[in-house]
Design a protein. Sequence first.
Length: 344
Amino acid sequence: MINNNSVTFIMAGRRQRRRRWLLVTGLLTALACILCCFMLLLGNTIYPVNEVLRALSGEQINGVSFAINTIRLPRMLTGLIAGFAFGIAGNTFQTMLRNPLASPDVIGITAGSSAAAVFCILILHTSGAIVSIASVIAGLITVLLIYIFSRGCTFSIGRLILIGIGIQAMLNALISYLLLVGAQQDIPAALRWLSGSLNGSQMDELPPLAITVLLFAPIVILLGKHLSMLELGEQSAISLGVNTDMTRITLIVSAVCMIALATATTGPIAFVAFLSGPIAKRLVGAGFSNALPAGLVGINLVLGADLIGQFAFDVRYPVGIITGILGAPYLIFLLIRMNRKGDL
């Protein structure tokens, strides 16, 4: 009887957690859809819903078709796909390394991709596919360097984070140097890109990012249970039957490819990868993978911040400035809390 009661209690708790996961995921999806609608409807001119739908269906309407299909739709799709990539990649690193500071934009991975992209823009005067390929390669090299330098007698997550922060500072210095030696006419475009912006998004820039997310995001989501087991520690994951080396390599390559392509497309939108995982974890709770909710949180952060930057102030600000304002206080709070707990 006691065993039956225990099983019943465990199953009831699991069903409750599943309902919570489904509810949170559904609400985040609904909010993302609402924000997508606002992205299409709002602008210098607010168009009626029926005209927006007619323009999206291919009907040519003076003024409306150009504004919707050439400006607003690419901007919305770029924010949606890039936000999902930032969110799910950031959550992957934070969960795998068991530390909320282990986000790609904190430990230097985003800075590596950014440095490669700025080099291509300012020095090589290239764009498009070359920038994307360079960003992915630089992101993978940055991960490899961080791992090599952080290896001592034993692997330490704290050492990895500190070395990652140091490499990030070095790469930011390199970016500053490139801005100093770059051609003057290219610097404004590079600075706008570095701030993280959806301005000037174009449909022909989306296929590489969209294909990358469609390819690697399902891999991360399917490995969600293994990722949760890695959070328990190396020995616990191995005892549960996880091939830790293969799982870790697969997750790292998938996350780096997504975040590098997103960075190459929109610039390094600050703190989206850093905030998405903790927010999703707080909303979903324990028991189920929060990879998909983290991606949805990333979408909502990017689209919501972009709407705030466009319409909440007299001056329009890039999305990266708004997310930076949101993320910086949380980073300070997290550092203070971890220092008090002795985790730093």
